[in-house]
Design a protein around this ligand. Structure first.
Ligand code: ZN
Length: 113
């Protein structure tokens, strides 16, 4: 399961950070998931609930932000958020678009004590 391996990496990252900061516990972790990342927030949550037991994240709240796809048009320079997987510039109709956000998943914030 793809989502479980993400959680395993995420918890490892939390443990590393906590160790560096001498923290005993993670209170919350906030992550951003791009719509194009292929990560399902719902599956990610279940994987987290399953995996966090006994780890430093046992009592930590997982907060997920879903990032829409943001593209910049190579033709007219317009920046837009796409709500569908339709890669056309809403302004000029060009398909020469660069994805500038919404592709990755990353850790935004970690609170610990
Ligand atoms: Zn355009």
């Amino acid at each position: 399961m793809h989502e479980l391996s993400i959680i395993i990496d995420l918890v490892a990252l939390c443990e590393k950070n906590a160790k560096e900061q001498n923290a005993k516990e993670i209170e919350s972790l906030e992550i951003k998931i791009g719509r194009l990342s292929g990560v399902e927030p719902h599956y990610l949550e279940s994987a987290y609930e399953f995996y966090k037991k006994g780890t430093i994240c046992e009592n930590a709240k997982l907060i997920i932000h879903v990032q829409n796809i943001v593209v910049q048009c190579n033709n007219c320079g317009e920046k837009n958020e796409l709500d569908k997987n339709e890669f056309l510039c809403p302004k000029c109709g060009s398909n020469k678009l660069d994805v500038i956000d919404g592709e990755d998943m990353y850790l935004m914030r970690l609170t610990m004590k």
